[in-house]
Design a protein around this ligand. Structure first.
Ligand code: ADP
Ligand code: MG
Length: 581
């Protein structure tokens, strides 16, 4: 059948590009299966979407490598990295007009996450493996280059499948690397799931490399200037991992932890590593042993964002305009109101840990000093600063905070732990900070009033949109949804465009779920909350796979699994969101 496909394509040589349309369909490619799901209309259009799959008998993947979801994710991640590399080697650059001759797949970053680019499905004591590719069908101008297309579809794709879909072709070295990849994923997962019972919110292993190569690269910094992480003795802890390894490092306990230190001494770098520690990382990343609770959320100021019907009254009340901040809406939030909304929304979405950096915070949201209190009476200041809410947030709601504050000691007397970084080396200075705080006047304050709106006092929202074109993604930080742009640039735990794409298509699934009523005991009902609708989407993904999100049949596009928190973040930033009390 591969030979037949080759002949058909070769005979198209010189015909106009549209003739390629006839290729859509299913083919046997040697021992593999090739599905051509979508054929591009011209050489400049997005490349044609194809799938290569191998049955359990062909992949010969041992059953232990398909035993549970985490293992399958790690195996698929490993195979995807090989596939992407092989595609770059075998089809490196355009051979004609537009995307002619190029083969691509998903581009995984440093995280090991569930993706649609390669899917491993358990089947009959083994596993089926399916790779999703884009292939630029070759042309000169609008004329088909038939012989080259035949080589691409038969030789190149066959070679790709042989090299990446067949376990026994990998060779011992790659097989061992795959086992190590799976083992690392399980070790990291073990730490992440042990954190709550250890009373920790995060762990940073000794020897970790936290700094990145540059502001726009997620690769580790290398060279003699790198200072590997070393834990302070008082916070040192160890994990005995499923692999038999033992790993030591710093445990950050539940509560309020403040990171201080001189400018440029590595505070933000540590916090950013913690924020990415919600995801597992590949070996060699430097953050393999930086592990944070999966529901930790970065909260920052984001002036200009839209806010719809959020109760920010614990932080902001008595606005001069008389606006009701228990149901606050704006199309253009200030630094402090945006940070208040981000915080309330994060907790509402289930965050148990907040990560806050002074560099990306509104100062008036965080603190107010004694001089200012003396000049501006409390009843003239709408803002209750975070420093007065951070403890009630912990005691009333069980939400921990890890906070970078190099410019002010205001958090010393509300902190459980104070960590100083000096030349990138952390030390525990809790005692010194306490002494300083005790000596200062106007000591510890928790403002009157609730730390947060009651969890039951939920608004219900509708997206005011259903049907229409699928949502589109412009890079990592932006979704085109219903004629509007949802700006996610200030949502740092969204890791790549494929994850944003998954969020975008999840938005397409939400209206139907939000409009449904949730039934209550006694036969009554109320509108479904955002949390319930998001959870329903995530349950469907658990059941039917990430493919379910895609509006396309066959090749679903490249998606990375998002967290519930980023789904909430996208909905909350939609400018046409409709909220009711
Ligand atoms: P701060 O927030 O304390 O001002 P940053 O975290 O922004 O400091 O770090 C300042 C610089 O130091 C950055 O360029 C960062 O890449 C680098 N850096 C951070 N940690 C390390 C480290 N462990 N080794 C080497 N360089 C580091
Ligand atoms: Mg900083």
């Amino acid at each position: 059948d591969a030979a037949a496909l080759g002949r058909v394509v070769a005979q198209m040589d010189g015909q106009s590009y549209g003739a390629y349309k006839r290729l859509a369909g299913s083919y046997q490619l040697g021992p593999f299966h090739l599905d051509i799901d979508h054929v591009q209309v011209d050489p400049y259009a997005p490349p044609s979407r194809m799938r290569l799959s191998a049955s359990p008998a062909q992949t010969r993947l041992p059953a232990r490598l398909a035993r549970d979801a985490l293992t399958r994710t790690a195996v698929a991640d490993f195979l995807l990295r090989r596939l992407a590399q092989a595609a770059r080697r075998l089809a490196p650059r355009p051979t004609g007009t537009g995307s002619s001759g190029i083969v691509t797949t998903g581009e995984p970053g440093q995280e090991v996450l569930e993706r649609t680019s390669i899917v491993v499905t358990p089947e009959g004591g083994g596993a089926r493996v399916e790779a999703r590719l884009e292939v630029g069908l070759p042309a000169s101008g609008r004329r088909i280059r038939g012989r080259e297309a035949a080589r691409l579809l038969t030789d190149v794709l066959l070679q790709l499948a042989e090299e990446t879909l067949v376990y026994t072709n990998l060779g011992h070295q790659a097989q061992d690397a795959m086992d190590a990849h799976v083992e690392l994923a399980h070790d990291q997962d073990y730490i992440r799931s042990s954190l709550p019972q250890r009373g920790l919110v995060a762990f940073v292993g000794d020897g970790a490399v936290l700094p990145r190569r540059s502001g726009d690269s997620d690769l580790p910094l290398t060279g003699a200037t790198v200072v590997p992480f070393a834990s302070p003795p008082s916070l040192r802890t160890a994990f005995d991992l499923p692999s038999g390894r033992r790993i030591e490092g710093m445990g950050i306990p539940e509560g309020v932890t403040v990171i201080i230190g001189g400018g440029y001494h590595g505070k933000s770098t540590l916090l950013r590593a913690l924020e990415r520690g919600v995801y597992p990382h590949v070996a060699g990343d430097g953050r393999e042993w930086v592990v944070t609770r999966p529901d930790a959320v970065t909260v920052r100021a984001e002036d200009g964002r839209a806010v719809t019907g959020v109760d920010i009254s614990p932080f902001i009340s008595n606005l001069p305009s008389g606006t009701d901040t228990r149901f606050f809406s704006t199309t253009n939030a200030s630094g402090s109101t945006s940070q208040a909304a981000n915080l309330v929304e994060a907790v509402d979405a289930g965050a148990s840990v907040l990560l806050i950096d002074e560099d990306t915070s509104a100062t008036n949201f965080m603190i107010r000093d004694e001089q200012m209190r003396a000049v501006i009476p409390v009843d003239q200041e709408p803002i209750t600063p975070f420093v007065e809410r951070v403890r009630p947030l912990l005691t009333e709601r069980g939400v921990s905070t890890v906070l970078v504050a190099g410019g002010s000691g205001a958090f010393f007397d509300v902190a459980d732990h104070v960590i100083a970084v000096n030349h990138y080396r952390p030390s525990d200075v809790t005692r010194e900070a306490r002494e300083v705080a005790g000596a200062a006047s106007g000591s510890s304050r928790a403002a009157a009033g609730a730390a947060l709106p009651a969890p039951g006092a939920r608004r219900s929202v509708t997206l005011g949109r259903s049907g229409g074109k699928p949502a589109k993604v412009r890079g990592r930080g932006s979704i085109l949804y219903g004629g509007d742009t949802i700006d996610l640039a200030a949502v740092p735990q969204l890791v790549d465009a494929a994850q944003t794409q998954a969020v975008a298509w999840a938005l397409d699934r939400l209206p139907g779920l939000l409009d449904r009523a949730a039934s209550l005991p006694g036969g009554t009902s109320r509108p479904t909350t955002l949390s319930e609708a998001v959870d329903a989407v995530l349950r469907r993904i658990d059941r039917d796979g990430l493919d379910w999100l895609s509006p396309y049949r066959g090749h679903p596009g490249h998606l990375t699994r998002p967290r519930r928190h980023e789904l909430h973040a996208a909905v909350n930033r939609y400018r046409r969101l409709d909220a009711r009390q």
